[in-house]
Design a protein around this ligand. Sequence first.
Ligand SMILES: *[C@@H]1O[C@H](CO)[C@@H](O)[C@H](O)[C@H]1NC(C)=O
Ligand SMILES: *[C@@H]1O[C@H](CO)[C@@H](O)[C@H](O)[C@H]1NC(C)=O
Length: 321
Amino acid sequence: MLSRMNLVCVIIYVSLLLSFSIEIIEATPIISKRETFHEKKPSPFNTVIIFGDSTCDNGNTWRLSNYTYPPKKFFYKGRFSNGPTWVEYLSKLLHAKEMNYAYGGATTDTNYVKAVSGFDGEIPVPGIKQEVEDKFKTQVSAKSLNPDKTLYIVAHQGNDYLNNPKIFPVECVKHLYDVWVELANFGAKHILINNFFNLKNLPEVTKNYGVISRLLTGLVSKMHNAAIDGFVWQFKRTHKDVKFYILPMDQVWEEFKDPNLKKSLGITDVNSACVLRIDKTKNYTICPNPDEHFYWDHIHPSTKVHNFIAVKVYNIITGQK
Ligand SMILES: *[C@@H]1O[C@H](CO)[C@@H](O)[C@H](O)[C@H]1NC(C)=O
Ligand SMILES: *[C@@H]1O[C@H](CO)[C@@H](O)[C@H](O)[C@H]1NC(C)=O
């Protein structure tokens, strides 16, 4: 229940948040002291093509929802965060054109596990496979891209498991593998994927959600990452001409246990979400210190964390290319 006092607080913090967010978009990526950043010139990539879910959506689901979800009072211009996502920071660091086909709510393949978004899951969205087949491949020809200068990102943080806790990680990752193969057949020479962070690092309140608590006891993150290792091995064996990069999302979460890193980024809270939806309403409460939270909402990192991830990915790809 939202009391009148809380409502006032919500409104005050919303205004704070709005001014905060607008500041962020103009800002170039901030390089933390922890990750050393050596700009590589010329940039190794001129185009970044992104398939994925809410962790890299730059507003596709928001547009599809006619600008209703995620609500712009609490989320930055269609991002499931309080500022740009890591793929946007990364594209800037690379001085590359960003082609973003990620939809918040995407599963690996909507014909495998239904992909939905919106307050009550009422908006169907494409799965990652559909982003590639129905959005990207129908609009872009391989000839228009230089494969040596194009980075494909396939980012997935597990909506399949949230929408259907009974599916097997090996089966889920096989659907991602199929996408990697499809992109390689299209002409991709550089593909970046992520592994899965440990669900046990989610905010406390999230851990109590029925689905999440079931997934936690099922060791899903561990099994998922083991399956990723297996399919990456298989992919590399059969696609020696494709350079494959992995963003170790599990490590990012572990790194944030370091007090020095938190201090350098001004993050004081790694355990609780800043905005929380008020049960069954379209309202959220918002914390008094929005730029000090690791988590923006119950499941998505804040833009500072996205920024950190982008620098990490930049170093991974430039170190290997
Ligand atoms: C958005 O608007 C269009 C056109 O009015 C409509 O067809 C569509 O159903 C709307 N989508 C949602 C999710 O409300
Ligand atoms: C919160 O939700 C109620 C309905 O549940 C609505 O009347 C009110 O305007 C909402 N407040 C905000 C700040 O969105």
